[in-house]
Design a protein around this ligand. Structure first.
Ligand code: AMP
Length: 314
């Protein structure tokens, strides 16, 4: 099974309490692809400039990611500058140089048209919708977004939400989208806008899945499910944690024969595992080196983290 992801492929300049990195490989689609590549075939649609070298592309192709849908345009690649302070729960954006990303018009190679799963990473909802409409046959659509689109491009975003099976956003974004502080109420209202299921990320505290009657055929509305995040002592760089979470989550789903409640819950754990690797080093460094064995070992740690064995406690 294969996932087509559309989103930013970028260079990031990052400052965190651990140090600084200039123009290192980043972008939502990049982080997502690397994380998902451990589970399934991934195909990327994006745009880069002349500064994006064969070595940058190889970071993805070495993991089996199909990059033939990354357009090479004349100019510079998207460049994001951000910094983190204190709790590091939120990035401060210092610069967004769109460069060739500013006139991005996603082109889907013929060889991508048979993709089964679509992930709409954080880009202009107009482009998200265009890609979705170009792939009418996909089995499942999941997506992300951010405050900027929620606040200033709401009408366009609402059109995309109607197309999504699973929306993956942060708790702050869910509140902004609905005007509701209570997350259970916010989740219900988000799903009324279209998504069948909703994953709300709580940064370093994990993620919660909310379900509607439409999440799984015949099962009614299930109770929410919360997966933990790993308490980590050395958080070097949170950039890409959300996209790596989404990659692990959706990659696992795509690797399974069908989406059941159990697959959904397990996927949340794999999302947490990939997010926890992402933050341990700058940019994509840690995910480039991760192995399937490490992923499985950490998955077991995640299970133990929240496992209550009443039998042995008695
Ligand atoms: P995350 O930390 O998972 O929310 O994602 C961070 C990644 O998103 C970075 O690697 C950036 O290159 C990318 N990014 C930041 N701002 C934007 C934006 N406005 N549009 C698309 N991608 C962005």
């Amino acid at each position: 099974m294969s996932i087509l992801v559309v989103g930013s492929v970028a260079f990031d300049t990052l400052t965190t309490p651990s140090g600084q990195r200039k123009k290192i490989l980043g972008g939502a689609a990049t982080h997502f692809s690397l994380a998902a590549s451990f589970f399934t075939q991934v195909r990327v649609v994006g745009v880069v400039g002349n500064d994006f070298t064969a070595e940058h592309e190889a970071v993805m192709t070495r993991k089996g990611v199909d990059t033939s849908g990354i357009e090479h345009a004349n100019g510079l690649s998207f460049h994001w500058t951000g910094s983190y302070e204190g709790t590091m729960s939120e990035a401060k954006t210092l610069g967004t140089d769109l460069n060739v990303f500013g006139s991005f018009d996603p082109k889907i190679p013929e060889s991508y048209k048979e993709s089964d799963y679509l992930f709409l990473a954080n880009i202009d909802p107009v482009l998200q919708l265009r890609v979705r409409e170009a792939l009418p046959g996909v089995k499942m659509v999941a997506g992300d977004t951010m405050n900027y689109w929620i606040a200033d491009h709401r009408e366009n975003l609402l059109k995309v939400l109607r197309e999504e099976d699973i929306l993956i956003i942060s708790d702050g974004e869910a509140r902004l989208l609905t005007g509701e502080h209570n997350l259970v109420t916010a989740a219900r209202k988000v799903m009324e806008l279209g998504p069948k299921s909703l994953v709300i990320k709580h940064g370093e505290y994990g993620a919660t899945a909310y379900f509607s009657e439409r999440s799984f055929a015949g099962s009614g509305r299930l109770t929410p499910f919360r997966a933990p995040a790993l308490p980590i002592e050395t958080v070097v760089d949170p950039t890409g944690a959300g996209d790596s979470f989404a990659g692990g989550f959706y990659g696992y789903i795509a690797s399974q024969p069908e989406l059941t409640p159990q697959v959904f819950r397990t996927a949340l754990f794999y999302g947490g595992v990939m997010g926890s690797f992402a933050v341990e080093r700058f940019g994509t460094e840690r995910l480039q080196e991760a192995t399937r064995e490490e992923i499985d070992a950490r998955f077991q740690v995640f299970r133990e983290l929240s496992h209550l064995d009443l039998e042995s406690a008695a």
